[in-house]
Design a protein around this ligand. Sequence first.
Ligand code: ATP
Length: 359
Amino acid sequence: MSDIVIKNLTKKFDQTVAVKDLSISIEKGQLVSLLGPSGCGKTTLLRMIAGFEKQTVGDIYIRGRLINDVPPQRRNIGIVFQDYAVFPTMTVKDNIAYGLKIKKMKKDEIEKKVAEYIKIVGLTGYEKRLPSQLSGGQQQRVALARALIINPDVLLLDEPLSNLDAALRLKIRKEIRKIQQQLGITAVFVTHDQEEAMSISDKIFVMRKGELMQSGTPQEIYLNPQNDFVASFIGRSNVVYGEVKSVKDSKVFLYVNGIEFKASKNGEAVKPGDKVWVSIRPQRIHLGKSDNMANTGKGRIKYVEYIGSEIRGEIELNENLTLDYNSYMLDENSITVKFNETIPYSISPSDINFGKDIR
Ligand code: ATP
């Protein structure tokens, strides 16, 4: 069952179209991310779900109820912002209790609930502190508890980890995901960080310039990007441009900067002469001898970085085409490479993603 349904939503600010004819639905109990670069409209979309911003056109339903004209405080939504937005003069306990006091819940019930949520977010022992006596991560936990304690239909998170340092960001994102799964709450998470979205989402909506570029599970989006934007935005990839040379049986032959690649056919029908984008993940470029007969050649190593169990760098296939590679050092037989060395490579046809170039 869908908890949130958005139909043909458009938001215009004067001349700017922040969100353009967007339709999505979000399943109950899932955590979904709205992911895209700065200015793609993800915050505006979240703010429309919250009711802080009124759409120009379109409908929003939460649990089957049309909420277009329902004010924010009556939408039963919990929100966590980037800048915590906790009350500075209230203790941790009073901050978390706030929503229940507004609802005029009985005092002993409030006590019980607050204790429960303080435990859920891991703030036991901090009840009497003021926000100024907490770290950023702890303040964000207060904000999370305060949003969740009212038992909202939906939890909205607007870049909640952006103000935290790198290590804390990983820790809190794991906690948010665990709490979300434990409570089974439907959550919408806004981020511009693809790794963050990949790591915690059941489903990702990739946005660009107000439009939906692709949606799917992290795996679907990573393995089958439907356009060059998604291919380059999600994970690391070599995105290059070329054209279709020929199509034979289940294979498509592509020509990119003087190199021919054989690719497995994907869903999209292409014909000779079509301009295409081509995406090859760095770790799918096999370095060294292999039994693989497709897309083989010799390349020159132009850059090498050894990072623990990984080797990363650049390999020049010809003077017009240099690709990033990524190899893993699994045991003593794993390949090692040197700068400027010439080395055989191969790429499996199924590891070459492509689609029509509609730039
Ligand atoms: P960021 O990651 O930088 O927050 P975003 O993807 O969340 O970006 P939005 O904040 O939703 O993007 O903005 C989408 C577009 O709408 C941008 O072009 C922005 O300048 C514009 N916009 C957002 N809010 C307003 C406003 N109140 N008035 C005018 N234009 C706005």
